[in-house]
Design a protein around this ligand. Structure first.
Ligand SMILES: *[C@@H]1O[C@H](CO)[C@@H](O)[C@H](O)[C@H]1NC(C)=O
Ligand SMILES: *[C@@H]1O[C@H](CO)[C@@H](O)[C@H](O)[C@H]1NC(C)=O
Ligand SMILES: [Zn+2]
Length: 526
């Protein structure tokens, strides 16, 4: 009896679910014409895709720290749902890039990688050991003496040497592993300021990352967090009077950086940032927090610029160089750190903001002369699945009930601080709870910090030589393609021509003709 009753209930439940699903799914998707037109459109696009064999004048590398493919899918759905849609059908800016490859992220000494060694791979083209940055795998973590002679140079550095302007924009501290690998060489990613150096490292002549930021490469635009590693230990932070600098060498690296530079500005808040006139600024250092900047969801728009605003400012300054520019854009603090805390809500909102900055950069540059690459350094043990109807809130629950008669969210983690099993039981969850501000998704294994994932991540690319991104590649390949596309070291003999001006104009007209042909061919489908 009970079984029959529950079957009936279950049937009723499924019927209700089905009804709800059909009330929200887009009407047109029920027609085969919709999918056939869409398919034909995509075929046309693919047939019209011609490799851009020109030399890249500009290079932009967007790095979503910890942005595995699961995160990309969930961020796409969140973007659509924030716009009031079901979400699955929405399209991220990065997804519109025509060339895609997979990146193998392992470090030379580890299966599960970290952000320093992976950054060495995609910045410098050489794989490294876990926790080390800007050095080959001959160097060992924590061993200052192993750095000398094993330094590897980033594409950013080589682009500067080739006469391009270069910039770094990040939501973390600027000395953090991902940006640091573009300008520093360190046996340990955590040697942010000289107060972080152990005595052996000081005796061995190793320099902290903040020191290297202003001494190694002449970087035009530096935007992010990390004031405290630049200021002497008795100097108060301008924004938080209780915070002080970290440096023991009594040096203010911000004033050092400004010395002997023309048209250079330092800013630490939104008002100063907004006041920067790109036309008369060639060097800009913006440090908006003592450490990492705040999560996008917690950002105060009156005091701190968004990632998109920073990217826009950076491009406008760098673009003035007739030789072109190299820009590194990272959303690290935020996608990665929130995943480590098993807070999917924060992480996915960060990923959506990251994508917005990619869209803005695309508006400010041309695909004809700018190679844009979007990738991640590594993934996370973030999973997204479990029976869910169309349009299910990305942070919501599955309609299936688990064997313990409790509900579960479709976003879960393999491990991390969200572990909630007490004496063999876990708490129930509903959409109100799982979409609340500080909710931690449940995990199978308790860890203080959720771990990185070891699976491949995606590379999305567009612009000159973007078609070289294909297949499954070592992560270090990214630096090689970027250097090759721009004909910079070690590919100065690449033989690629810069896009001629008149050709650029005719290609623009080509884009106008394409939609017309597309419309005609679509008519024939219907
Ligand atoms: C879990 O079990 C322990 C030992 O039996 C008990 O002391 C504790 O109160 C239990 N905790 C909960 C939340 O049930
Ligand atoms: C979700 O669960 C909480 C805690 O049990 C409860 O207070 C709340 O009413 C539930 N919300 C819904 C919509 O069921
Ligand atoms: Zn991480």
């Amino acid at each position: 009896m009970a079984t029959k009753h529950s079957y009936m209930l279950c049937g009723l439940f499924l019927l209700l679910i089905a009804d709800r699903a059909f009330s929200i799914i887009p009407e047109e998707e029920q027609s085969p014409t919709f999918w056939n037109v869409k398919g034909k459109e995509a075929i046309n696009k693919a047939l019209n895709l011609k490799p851009n064999l020109h030399r890249a004048k500009n290079l932009i590398l967007f790095l979503g720290d910890g942005m595995g493919i699961t995160t990309v899918t969930a961020a796409r759905i969140l973007k659509g749902q924030l716009a009031g849609k079901t979400g699955e059908e929405s399209v991220l800016a990065m997804e519109t890039f025509p060339n895609v490859a997979l990146s193998k992220t392992y470090n030379v000494d580890r299966q599960m990688p970290d952000s320093a060694a992976t950054a060495t791979a995609y910045h410098c083209g050489v794989k490294a050991n876990y926790g080390t940055l800007g050095v080959s795998a001959t160097a060992r973590r924590y061993q200052c003496g192993s750095v000398k002679g094993n330094e590897v140079k980033s594409v950013l550095h080589r682009a500067r040497m080739a006469g391009k302007s270069v910039g770094i924009v990040t939501t973390t501290r600027i000395q953090h592993a991902s940006p640091a690998s573009s300008y520093a060489h360190s046996a340990n990613r955590h040697w942010y300021s000289d107060s972080d150096l152990p005595p052996e490292a000081v005796q061995g002549g190793c320099r902290d990352i903040a020191y290297q930021l202003i001494h190694n490469t002449d970087i035009n635009v530096i935007l992010g967090g990390g004031r405290q590693y630049m200021l002497p230990k008795d100097t108060s932070d301008p924004e938080y009077s209780t915070e002080k600098g970290d440096r023991l060498d009594n040096t203010n690296l911000i004033t050092e950086w400004l010395k002997n530079k023309k048209n250079a500005k330092y800013v630490w808040n939104k008002a100063e940032f907004d006041a920067v006139n790109e036309a008369d600024t060639d060097y800009l250092l913006g440090l908006f927090e003592p450490k990492d900047t705040r999560f996008e969801l917690d950002r105060n728009p009156d005091t701190d610029p968004s990632l998109t605003e920073m990217v826009e400012k950076a491009i406008k300054i760098l673009q003035k160089n007739p030789n072109g520019f190299y820009l590194f854009v990272e959303d690290n603090g935020r996608i990665d750190h929130a995943h480590h805390a098993t807070q999917a809500r924060y992480s996915l909102h960060e990923a959506v903001e990251f994508d917005r900055s990619i869209e803005r950069a695309s508006q400010l540059t041309s695909e004809l002369d700018t190679l844009s690459v979007v990738t991640a350094d590594h993934s996370h043990v973030f999973s997204f699945g479990g029976s869910s109807e169309r349009g299910n809130p990305v942070l919501g629950t599955s309609f299936e009930v688990a064997l313990d008669n409790k509900h579960f969210t479709t976003a879960l983690y393999g491990n991390g601080p969200g572990y909630q099993i007490v004496n063999g039981t876990r708490p129930d969850v509903n959409n109100t709870i799982s979409t609340s501000k500080d909710y931690l998704q449940q995990t199978a294994v308790p860890l203080e910090s959720e771990s990185h994932g070891s699976e491949d991540v995606a590379i999305f690319a567009k612009g000159p030589m973007a078609h070289l991104f294909h297949g499954v590649q070592e992560q270090s390949y990214i630096a090689h393609v970027m250097a090759y596309a721009a004909c910079i070291e070690p590919y100065t003999d690449c033989q690629l021509e810069v896009v001629p001006h008149d050709h650029a104009i005719s290609m623009h007209f080509g884009f106008l003709v394409l939609p017309l042909g597309l419309m005609l061919s679509l008519l024939s489908v219907m």
